[in-house]
Structure formats: C-alpha cells, structure tokens
Design a protein around this ligand. Structure first.
Ligand code: NAD
Ligand code: LMR
Length: 334
C-alpha cells in the first residue's frame, strides 16, 4: 500500500511520470497536484486498470494539503523549463519559490515522505528542500533526493551508440556523479560496465563525456522554445521512484544508483567521498545503496583517471555556488 504524489502533475514531465507511476503495481494511491488541469489528468489516468486509485487536486480548498495527506513518496516536477540560450541556473528566479512553497507543504503535511526533486536547477533546489525541512525540524537527509537518473540513462544510451549497438543500452552502466548541470555532471566512463573498448580514442571519450554533460541542451535545442526533456525525464523519474519503492519493499536484491543528496545522509560514507573529492561539499551526486529508510550507504567514488580528475576539479566551483545559492534562499535574512 503506497501513496505516491506528483506535484506539477499537469506539466510536460508531470503527465507522463504520473502515467508511469500509475502503471507501478506497488502504488495503490496516486494524488496529482498542479495549479491547473489535474482533474482532467486524474480522470484520464483513473480509467487504467492498475491498482492505484487516482485523484486530482488544485490549489483551492487546501488542495495541496489534501493531496499530500499520508504521502509516502512525493515527486516534484513543478516549475518552468529552459528555452534555448538559458542555463538551468536561469530558472532559479521562478523555480526556487515554487519548490520552497511545495517543500513547506510536504514538511508540514507528510514530513516522512521520500522527496524526489526534479525541478531545476537541481543543484540548488535540493538544498532548498533540505533547508525548509530543517526549519520545520523534520529534516532527514536519507529521504531527500535530487533526481539525476536522466544523466545516467543518457550515459548508457550514448555509450551504447558509440559502441555501435543501441540494443545493448539497458545493460550498459556508467556512474554519473557530481551535480545536474553542464560541467557539474561527471560521467565516470573509466568505470563503465562493460568497460570501454580499448579502441576508443581519448578524443572519442572526451566527445562522449561532453554529450552526456550537455544532453539536456540537445533536447532544448530540438524543441526550439517548447521546453526541455519531458518524456525521457518521466522515464528516468519513474525508474528512480521504482528503485526507492523496491528498496522500501525489501526485494532482497541490492539496489545501487546515483542521486544528488546531502552527504549528511551517511556521515561514514561521506568521509571517504570528501577525501576523494578533496574538498568538503554538502551536496553531491554519489552512488548510494538504497534501503527501507532511503539512503543506507554512500559508496566511494573509486578510481578516476586524470581526465576525470580534471572534470571533478572543474565541477567544484559551480557546485559550491549552486549549493550556497539554494541554502541562502531559505536561510539568509531577506
Ligand atoms: P512544464 O512547464 O511542462 O510543467 C511544469 C508544471 O508545473 C506545469 O503544469 C505548471 O502548471 C506546474 N506548476 C507551476 N507552479 C506550480 C506550483 N506552485 N505548484 C504545482 N505545480 C506548479 O515543465 P516540465 O517540462 O515538466 O519541466 C518541469 C521542471 O523539471 C523544470 O524545472 C525542468 O527544468 C525540470 N527538469 C529536470 C530534469 C532533471 O533531470 N532533473 C529533466 C527535465 C526537466
Ligand atoms: C535535462 O537534463 O534534460 C533537464 O535538466 C532539462 C534541461 O534544462 O536541460
């Protein structure tokens, strides 16, 4: 019996992610909240013959609170997407306030829910959610996640393409660490499984790295003003939600994935990662082992080659700025 909630459920990501969550047999109740159109989206999804009972909520009559009552997992794709020429950080002006208000509602109504943050800029919106939870004395870093699964999905697909066999993509894994914007996205191709072909030239590795880091721009450009990735994001978001739900259920198998979290989620694991990064960062996308309470263990980064060490070094200043901007939005006196 799992109650899942989508905030921003009528949007480009919200609708398909709600569809995919409706098809997850572990979800028995699905509540959809948006500032527009959720009654229609909910009515539509409610005809699908899967277990979840679907309801749509709008802001009047305390709709947000009603949607969140008893929530165990909350997915947040609310907020504006990029247009060509914009960075994710350009979205901060609008999305920071949206995420703050939604986080406040979660902290006061469903403080124990797993919170999956999709809204950009993820590097800053996750700290915003965390700071709101701290303010309400309900903070548990093991349960707040920035969804970076789309970077991981892209890395598998693009590497399989480079290897000349797209059909192998589901069995190709590349850890993607760091953050979720441009140079903060760190694909660790030296740890790809299966390992990179020895025939791949360093220039090919660099081009592939760049494609993974800037995969979002490819979609923004192709959509030409009509937004950013929605369908691949919905797939990635539903995959990540499913990992959390399977870990809660205790399926017996080890569930390891990458996600952007506070390193406070596992101080012991964080110590090693901080040593590996060489700088103390409060938030970082790391490999984690998931368990019934969320993050069970932060796993070490492992060996990096010189090219990847250079990428890591280049990511740190932007990550530090993004994290400070998110935290200050909640904590700095206005
Ligand atoms: P969209 O404009 O299609 O949908 C956003 C939805 O949010 C709209 O339906 C809107 O009504 C709703 N909304 C706005 N304010 C709200 C509020 N206060 N409460 C509830 N709902 C509200 O945008 P989209 O393409 O779905 O993208 C949503 C966000 O996801 C963007 O910030 C985008 O950058 C981000 N995104 C993140 C990733 C990632 O990998 N993490 C990938 C793709 C997109
Ligand atoms: C993505 O990676 O596709 C998202 O973060 C959306 C964007 O703005 O590129």
């Amino acid at each position: 019996m799992v109650h899942a909630v989508v905030l921003g459920a009528a949007g480009g990501i919200g609708q398909p992610v709600s569809l995919l969550l409706k098809t997850n047999p572990l979800i028995t109740k699905l509540s959809l909240f948006d500032i527009v159109n959720t009654p229609g989206v909910a009515a539509d999804l409610s005809h699908i013959s899967t277990p979840a009972k679907v309801a749509g909520y709008l802001p009047p009559d305390d709709g947000l609170k009603k949607a969140l009552e008893g929530a165990e997992i909350v997915v947040i794709p609310a907020g504006v997407p990029r247009k060509p020429g914009m960075t994710r950080d350009d979205l901060f002006k609008i999305n920071a306030g949206i995420v703050r208000d939604l986080a406040t509602a979660i902290a006061t109504t469903a403080p124990n829910a797993f919170v999956l943050v999709i809204s950009n800029p993820v590097n800053s919106t996750v700290p915003i959610v965390a700071e709101v939870f701290k303010k309400h004395n309900v903070y548990n870093p093991k349960r707040i996640f920035g969804v970076t699964t789309l970077d991981v999905v892209r890395a598998s697909t693009f590497l399989a393409e480079v290897n000349g066999d797209v059909s192998a993509a589901p069995n190709v894994t590349v850890p993607v660490l760091g953050g979720h914007s441009g140079v903060t996205i760190l694909p660790i191709l030296s740890q790809a499984k299966p390992s990179l072909s020895a025939n791949l030239a360093q220039t090919d590795v660099e081009a592939l790295t760049k494609r993974i880091q800037f995969g979002g721009d490819e979609v923004v450009k192709a959509k030409d003003g009509a937004g950013s990735a929605t369908l691949s994001m919905a797939y990635a978001g539903a995959e990540f939600a499913s990992k959390i739900l399977n870990a809660v259920k205790g399926s017996g198998e080890e569930i390891v994935t990458q996600t952007y979290i506070s390193l406070e989620a596992d101080p012991e694991g964080a110590k090693k990662v901080t040593e590996e990064i060489g700088t103390s960062l409060e938030y970082f996308s790391v490999s984690v082992k998931l368990g019934p309470n969320g993050v069970e263990k932060i796993l070490p980064i492992g060996d990096l080659n010189d090219f990847e060490k250079g990428l890591l070094k280049a990511a740190i200043p932007e990550l530090q700025d993004n994290i400070a901007k998110g935290c200050n939005f909640i904590t700095a006196p206005k």
